[in-house]
Ligand binder design. Sequence first.
Ligand code: CA
Ligand code: CA
Length: 128
Amino acid sequence: MTEVAKSSLQGREWRRQVLDDSLDGGHTIQAADLDGDGNDELIAGGRGKPFSTHLYKADDARGIRWTRATLDEGGMGPAACVVADLNADRRPDVACIGGATLKWYENLGGAGSAPRAVLDSSTATARE
Ligand SMILES: [Ca+2]
Ligand SMILES: [Ca+2]
């Protein structure tokens, strides 16, 4: 298993905090403020079984407790994810690639909502 962790400087020492120790075959991680609250969320994906991509969001301003939301499970083992506003609506979206599949997870905004897949190259379909 791969640990998803963050490190923060406290005084003169770095403190490591494990957010998740159940990601199988962790392969990519990105930090970005997806909901515009001034704090970064983490996007991490694994290529173990099942393939998965998750979003981790701090529950409090100090980042003591974190909640995991699943962006994708079973569909694709991401090799890399990037964050960019792909549809110019001023909300950063997530795009991940794994094998021959590219997926776009649109950020729909709203507190507590995770981006959802709107384009999947493996099925060549786009959702409205
Ligand atoms: Ca945020
Ligand atoms: Ca967008």
